[in-house]
Design a protein. Sequence first.
Lengths: 945, 461
Amino acid sequence: MVDSLRRLSGAAFQLKRAKSVRPMASALVLWLAVYLSGTWAVDKGNFKTCDQSSFCKRQRALKPGESPYRALLETMELTNTRLTLQLINDNNKVHLLLELYRLQGNITRVKINELKPLKPRYEVPDVLIREPPTEPLSLLSQDENGVVLSLGVESQRVIISARPFRLDIVEGHEVLMSLNSRGLLAFEHLRMRKDTQADPEPEKKEEADPDNQAETAKEEEEKVEEGMWEETFKSHSDGKPNGPSSVSLDFSLPGVEHVYGIPEHADTLRLKTTDNGDPYRLYNLDVFQYELYNPMALYGAVPVMLAHHAQRTTGVFWLNAAETWVDISSNTAGKTVFGKMLDYVQGSSETPQTDVRWISESGIIDVFIMLGPTPKDVFSQYASLTGTQSFPPLTSLGYHQCRWNYNDQEDVQSVDAGFDEHDIPYDFIWLDIEHTDGKRYFTWDPHKFATPKEMLQGIMDKKRKMVAIVDPHIKVDSNYKIHNEIRSRGFYIKNKDGGDYEGWCWPGSAGYPDFTRADMRAWWASMFAYDQYEGSMENLYTWNDMNEPSVFNGPEVTMHKDAMHGDWEHRDVHNLYGFYVQMATAEGLIQRSGGVERPFVLTRAFFAGSQRYGAVWTGDNAAEWDHLKISIPMCLSLGLVGISFCGADVGGFFKSPSTELLVRWYQTGAYQPFFRAHAHLDTPRREPWLFGPENTALIRDAVRQRYTLMPYWYLQFYQAHHTGQPVMRPLWVEYPQDPATFALDDEFLIGRDLLVHPVTEEGVRGVTAYLPGKDEVWFDVHTFQKHNGAQNLYIPVTISSIPVFQRGGSIIPRKLRVRRSSSCMEHDPYSLYVALNPQRTAEGELYIDDGHTFNYEKKEFVHRRLSFANNLLSSVDLAPDAQFTTHSWIERIIILGASKPSKVTLKTADGQESHIDFEFDASMSVLTLRKPGMNSGADWTVMLQ
Amino acid sequence: MSSRFHQLLPMLLLLSVGVSAVEVQRPRGVPLSKRQFYEEGKPFTCLDGSHSIPFDRVNDDYCDCQDGSDEPGTAACPNGSFHCTNAGFRPAFIPSSRINDGICDCCDTTDEYNSGAACQNTCREMGHKERESLQKMAEIAKEGFVLKQQLIQEAKRGIEDKKAKLVDVQVVKKDLEEKVEALRTVKETAEQPEKEAKERHLKAWEDQKALIRMEKDKARMAVVFLELDDDADGLVSVSELLSHSELDPDSDASFTEAEAQGLLGGVDKVDTEAFEAVWNNLKEKYVSEVTTYTAAPVETPPEEVREPASDNESEQYPEDDVQEDEEEEDEEDEDDDQDDADYKVNPLIPSFAFRYIYRLCPFNRVSQKPKYGGSETNLGTWGKWAGPEENVYSMMKYEHGTGCWQGPNRSTTVKLTCGKETVVTSTSEPSRCEYLMEFTSPAICGEPPSRDSEPRDHEEL
């Protein structure tokens, strides 16, 4: 008790100085209001800068130069699947072991660990979907300066230079990537503590292992720097029994001026150089009122960076779950456009180059170098390592209505009725933390949600669904079943002294289950069984929030790094915690249905591989125009690293949006993968119909546009699930050779066929969209007006405008009969939008299954290729071995850029021919075929004559 | 593929057991009133006049008309509507998108003719229920109106009693005043230095109070107007005024029309604006029809004897607000088994509906007090009538309550309905710091219409 009080007063002290933490955390200390009023952005003082993170400071103090590391070629061993050799640091004589693998699909894996660490160093488990299959490496040449290995693909080779150690991947004469070329490989080996007098806590003395003692004795005396053995931040101290353990490596990318990825940051799509500020930080944190356009860490971390230039795309996956910082510098960054032109005119020999340096606090160096060469190849390569986006239930691609909080069952019922009354479709209504009995997850407030099944049945009767929040912090309360079970099974994370770690979160004092344990995850999953999770039903899904994990009174609002997960420190696993929470939850939803139903789980924290378990949102944003704008690059960056199911809180979480902002946000959100409105407890209500009939109509229209496109969204997710291609894509992914697209992040593509440039600025009368593709055309989806590609198009807009274009050459299936939820539209007919390219051809696909089970894995689906050429539109089976009966049919076919036919004939699979009525709009060259009526799953051909 | 075939209703439609109605032949989903536009065999002209189509394209599950009028019985048009006859209940239009969506919308089940949804005809039941509830409401209105009359009588008697008591009290008061005077002399000599500052302070307060008083006077005027306006035509007439004999200018027991007209400024009827001009003629003598609420005191003690403190304290002393809030937040802590200080971290207002006592003092203020001790929070002071235009007196708005942390000032909307009892039936907080109360009282009941209003029963036979 005394201890907890002491910690509390520490927390209060922190609050006072810091002014923020979590909104609610500070809310109670009301005298704080005085300090708080007026401050709106994040309090940076609550979060570490590189200088305040001792390993980052130490590492960053190292400047490029000659590396102290040397490859001991005589130790090289080459087997069929891997090469190993030792590296030695000439300064301290510590040996490292380098492992090099050639993986299937043009990936090179480089691992560096201590040859004989004092104790094992953490290697990230469970993120790779399997041990990646290798391919043979062959030695091309070797001398005392180095070795050359063939990577098998084309003329790709790996050159390992011995003195100093450096690794280059080349293709022909072109260097694709160099490792340690700037000499920033730095591996802090584990060591015994020597400055014992500086240790204030004698009980932390380590057991000395005589063997290792001998090993370390050989080392040169090394300087003990401040922060190596313990570190304090604000009132928090981090005892570091293992001492310094950080790792760092540099990568040089010749020819590259554009790098992307390493989410999550509230920053532009194209990453900036970090020379004049902090590096990009990857450390999952609950950041209160995050600030835009800076490299601070946010809720999730995916240590994957893509590098792109007109000829090639590559990627680096740095598999490390500890706190990580990424420095980016560029030799062209400082140059003006004029300077670059001068270089060009003068024939300056300097090629552009981007240098990247990764620094992590612990673990090992384990890097996957994905060599492309196209963006699509990189996506497949990354997917082969960490898996693809889970295939979500169709309904979860509809609109989600959330608020912190819907107060009670009557409130839920009346919001549900409001959607019907105003004829706005929605699929999911959400319950935030207040639905629980005192923030005890898996329970219901006995007064406000007394009969949850009755409520869920009411929702189900409308063919709609619900999501309830289940956070990973567990209220310490001996009357709470979940807590008692976790405690008695020893499933809680432990503090450094071996007791259950306790922190402050919504329920007050809370424990944090150790999700890194497979047995804990299995138990957690079992809690979602219908007989365990009382009041749950099959239309109840789950939301995992606060899983960074958020600890209100912890350092940087998260867990102490010296907390223990079995033998590992929290330091080692931090960025994995949220990944595991979502994994266990998704597994629970699958299990409760006997493995039949696809789960839907939303998470705030994530890591590489999180795409396998559900959706992600960009956390607690704010009702500001810049936050609307940043939702695009934030989700694009996530898509590039595999996480396609991304969205931002529509309307903005904190603060109250103006009506215009709210409408624009709906219009933007309707074209982003995860489409959910959400609002803070303190904000006024903002259900879509509360802003007058005109705005209700505008929001209704935006939501309906989403629903008409559900078949297209579903197809995109099916493809993402199979190929790892992002659903929401930056333009450069589809136009990799067009430099005009490389930095665009105010517009984006959905799949490859829809280009969206939402209006994200207040009061504007027009936007300028770049339409890519030199020989392409784009059709305005609302007016069918045709525009040429490779131009900046000015589009006049009104408050109802959502500029969206369909690529000429594509066929997009829609369902125009928008109903109150997507489930209600299941059997409805399709309308095919055929947009012809200048060659008068077009292609598209149609995918249909039951929308919610795993039966598609058993080949129960319809997958058709639709193609138009030579005035014939036909549907052919892409999966002849698949079986699925659909009731839906083809209602109309709209051909954009068509000429007027004299007659139109439908030929069905049985050879029967029939005439089809049509209408032709000469002004827009739009041909509409009326009610051809064939089944969507059948073979057919339509002939224009 | 059945969705491809168009459907015309059969000649006879057996609606439900026991009830068989002859359905006039017309395409599915068309109301009787529009039947003449859908003539079988003749080309159909979209109701917006945009173009004509062969009749076999009506209800053929393809949308030909922009206005959706060619598909009254299918879901083909995004903006169409479907008419359900709902024999036994009320006919209704539903959006076309609800046809065959698997959800029963029409009580006669006609919207789900091809979805496989197992709908049951519930029209008779619903009609019955509706008639019952309307009847009940009519009864309440009737009884409520009677109660209202009684209340008025009681109030009148009450005033007489009070007047009598007042005389007694005044005697006592005089006594006490003399004592006070004696004591004051002693006190003043002691307090001279403090006095000046206090006087300045008091003056400011008095100014504000005057303002508040003016607001209250206006509010009362609005109420009086409403009360006087017996026929709710938005005008107060001479005859309506006559029912208030206490207004008789010469108090001669005969309140004449001429006198009443004089009070109204020489005209027969006044609207709200004109009423304002003549308000001074009435306000002294007017006795409210509604004076007692069992729930809470309406009358505040005479302001003259009050110290400038309690009632509007929060307006005067914002720093006290914070104090108050802090205490309140303490009260909101959920767990009693834990150290109080610990719970400063937990910011949320828990199940307030079960933890607070809400108090409504009509035309004065709304407040909230924790059940288990703690100070009161002002949820708004009387602001204005806020009902919809056609019934502005159906809702009250109380504004400018205690400020919320990082949020707006608390406010409360009170919905008024006629009922037999004067009682607050529910309180909720739909949005943070915006409260909603439902309040019933006979005082709100209007005179029920002379004949019972039965639900209109369009059975379209």
